[in-house]
Design a binder for this molecule. Structure first.
Ligand code: MG
Length: 240
């Protein structure tokens, strides 16, 4: 049955009633292949380690190599972490496994991005590892949330080439009594390809056994010294 025109008008919601004009998102100039967006905090611009410290001794400077615009793991010197702490954020970094590698499996271009450091050697790791021609367990390959989430695809470039990680981290929340209120979530792109789509973490990364959560607040971001001379460049973060 057709309604009279006036009745039809009465039934139409006003589209303007659902338009939201404020607050307006801040205007941000996009980054380029080599540069950060205008509102990012640059964590490494190729020149120095002023934003980084030793993870074992946060009062001491980070001991990795800086040369030719890149940061390279100094094997045996230990993990490094950001001087500042963060809660939720978007991070971009570029990494490169050396072209000449002798090892295999987990001993081949291994490093890691710990999305929140909860102590020396602990936190939540997204794996960095040569995976272009290197077999290992799927939940420990590059772009895995180590021992928790297998990447959706293997987006690895060959060792020796620069690769990008763009990761969106939502920190876990804890109630006053220390119980988990909401888990950590990770969305990650590897070389521009979605490899983790809003996955919920089961707890902190552990090499063996079952992951669990321990209450923590804003935390530094850590890069892993696994003994291999993996290099990094163009690291920036946008707290959310
Ligand atoms: Mg690792």
């Amino acid at each position: 049955m057709l309604l009279p025109a006036a009745a039809q008008d009465r039934q139409q919601p006003d589209p303007a009633a659902t338009e939201v004009w404020t607050p307006e998102p801040a205007r941000v100039a996009p980054g380029s292949a080599a540069g950060a967006p205008s509102d990012a905090l640059v964590l490494f611009d190729g020149k120095d380690l002023r934003e980084w410290v030793s993870a074992a001794s946060p009062g001491k400077p980070a001991g990795w190599f800086v040369a030719d615009g890149m940061l390279t793991v100094r094997g045996g010197s230990g993990d490094i972490q950001t001087r500042r702490s963060f809660r939720d954020y978007q991070i971009h970094l570029e990494w490169r496994a050396p072209a000449s590698l002798a090892g295999s499996g987990q001993a081949r271009g291994n490093s890691g991005l710990f999305l929140a450091s909860t102590g020396n050697g602990s936190g939540y790791e997204i794996q960095i590892l040569d995976c272009a021609d290197n077999k290992t367990y799927a939940n420990g390959q590059a772009a895995s949330i180590y021992k928790q989430h297998i990447p959706l695809v293997n987006a690895c470039a060959p060792a020796g080439q620069w690769q990008t990680y763009d990761v969106i981290w939502t920190a876990p929340r804890f109630s006053d009594d220390g119980a988990l209120a909401s888990p950590a979530y990770v969305t990650a792109l590897h070389n521009g390809i979605v490899v983790q789509n809003h996955v919920a973490l089961h707890g902190e990364t552990v090499y063996a056994g079952k992951p669990t959560y321990r209450r923590h607040g804003p935390a530094p971001i850590k890069l892993q010294d696994h003994g291999d001379p993996v290099s990094f460049r163009n690291i920036w973060i946008r707290p959310l």
